[in-house]
Design a protein around this ligand. Structure first.
Ligand code: ADP
Ligand code: MG
Length: 245
């Protein structure tokens, strides 16, 4: 069975049907891009998947368990990570302490943080920081990090929870093109190596085509196409509503 199975998910805001009977599935280790024009309903989908927003109807099965109706923190505990929408870091702590804090939280040991921050899970924190290319900055306060480095740190914080699925709504927003490519390369590498599935949105189509296994196109709350990069590039309806030409 698929890791994630979404069925007829829907959400209206007043008279606006933001998400209209969306159904899709996501496999283990798969990078799935959700693309579409502004206002298509992408963020609304993400917010229902991570429990921030109540769905009007539908079902989201994650590893066979229903996520709809569960609290965000319980969804997080089941192994659904999200990044970048909320700044999940503490400015006055060092980079390493932020990851240690996330590891303590994951292991249910948060109360020991204040006493034993300097050594608990230090080696694992360093492994994660190395994985995201941030080990050389481990002792810096995270409040002084450059924007792109903060995003790498947030990725390490998300990975500390041992997620099997990462939800990334515009992870590269606000980044320079080069940084964008580097971040998504990193995410794609982690997805493959650690068998983490990723559902992400991204406006830069070069990045999307390079780093997704499959794409879904959302328009006015409905999925109008699903397939490989080639399928999507050659789809007439997608060209009309999103890609242009
Ligand atoms: P996307 O992320 O694809 O740009 P959104 O999911 O943010 O799209 O928005 C989909 C539609 O729902 C838009 O018409 C938007 O104005 C509307 N919408 C989103 N969030 C809210 C909200 N909290 N209250 C009212 N309308 C909203
Ligand atoms: Mg959005």
């Amino acid at each position: 069975m698929s890791l994630l199975v979404v069925r007829v998910l829907a959400k209206a805001f007043g008279g606006v049907q933001a998400v209209k009977d969306v159904s899709f599935h996501l496999e283990a280790g798969e990078m799935l891009a959700l693309i579409g024009p502004n206002g298509a309903g992408k963020s609304t989908c993400f917010n229902m998947l991570n429990g921030q927003l109540a769905a009007d109807k539908g079902s989201v099965l994650f590893d066979g368990r229903e996520l709809i109706g569960q609290r965000p923190r319980d969804i997080w505990r089941l192994g659904v990570g999200r990044t970048f929408q909320i700044t999940a870091t503490f400015a006055s702590m060092t980079v390493r302490e932020n990851v240690q804090m996330a590891l303590l939280s994951h292991h249910g040991e948060l109360f020991s943080f204040w006493r034993r921050a300097s050594h608990r899970h230090g080696a694992e924190a360093d492994r994660l920081l190395d994985r995201v290319g941030m080990l050389h900055q481990a002792d810096r306060a995270c409040g002084v990090l450059a924007y792109g480095d903060l995003k790498r740190l947030e990725l390490a914080v998300a990975l500390a929870n041992g997620p099997r699925l990462l939800l990334m709504d515009e992870p590269t927003a606000g980044m320079a093109p080069k940084e964008r490519v580097a971040l998504m390369e990193l995410v794609a590498g982690i997805a493959k190596e650690e068998q983490v599935s990723v559902l992400f949105t991204e406006h830069d189509m070069d990045v999307v085509f390079a780093h997704s296994d499959r794409l879904m196109v959302l328009n006015r709350g409905e999925i109008i196409a699903t397939g490989s990069a080639d399928d999507i590039r050659s789809n007439d309806l997608v060209k009309e509503v999103y890609l242009g030409g």
